[in-house]
Design a protein around this ligand. Structure first.
Ligand code: AMP
Length: 210
């Protein structure tokens, strides 16, 4: 099975697509953000080191991320990398860890990013993702699947959102050229409705074409 990277600014829909591809097509969803949030919640050494960076919307240092990814990937394939790599150093490090066959780049402009992240809510119990504007839960701020009260991520506050977009433009946007140069990048318009973006992602994976 192929290993894929989901690239794009925060709020572009990487997590939503990844969760669906994992559930419906058996990919292993590896979200470095989710792993880090779990480390923070459990109060591990890595979580303690990562927390301040995450709260400020800054990137956690490459060497911590690469060691963490290596541990989670060992001996597996069919991995869907979500939110990783985020720097050129991470992309180069990933080459030593797992071969990447396809990169799906979810393109989204800054204004839409800010609007989406402000409305984003997550279920603290089962991890389901919602958006109060574009994908609201059926019942007011409650998870459709497990009924838990939805929460807003700490880093989805306006001042942190702005910083996260800046960091994305500076550190992560250069990865678009990097993977394009390798001939494995497919661009998807992430401003379209989630259903359409998912269908386009699936077509790209099936066609196996950049
Ligand atoms: P995410 O859930 O992907 O938006 O990630 C949330 C936060 O975790 C980011 O703002 C970073 O502080 C940190 N993080 C997640 N993935 C990475 C990564 N690949 N490299 C550095 N920091 C990361």
């Amino acid at each position: 099975m192929k290993n894929l990277v989901l690239l794009g600014p925060p709020g572009a829909g990487k997590g939503t697509i990844a969760k669906r591809l994992a559930a419906e097509h058996g990919y292993l969803h590896l979200s470095t953000g989710d792993i880090l949030r779990d480390e923070v919640t459990r109060g591990t050494e890595l979580g303690r080191k990562a927390k301040a960076y995450m709260d400020a919307g800054e990137l956690v240092p490459d060497e911590l991320i690469l060691a963490m990814v290596k541990e989670h990937v060992a001996g597996k394939d069919g991995i869907l990398f979500d939110g990783f790599p985020r720097t050129l150093a991470q992309a180069r490090g990933l080459e030593e860890i797992a071969p990447i066959q396809l990169v799906l780049f979810l393109e989204l402009d800054r204004d839409t990013v800010v609007r989406r992240l402000s409305g984003r809510r997550v279920c603290p119990q089962c991890g389901a993702l919602y958006n109060l504007v574009t994908q609201p839960p059926k019942e007011d701020e409650r998870c459709d699947h497990c009924g838990a009260g939805l929460i807003q991520r700490d880093d989805d506050r306006p001042e942190v959102i702005a910083r996260r977009f800046e960091v994305y433009m500076k550190d992560s946007a250069p990865l678009v050229d990097y993977y394009q140069g390798k001939g494995i990048l497919v661009r998807l318009d992430a401003a379209r409705p989630p259903e359409e973006v998912y269908a386009a992602a699936l077509r790209a994976i099936r066609d196996d074409r950049p």
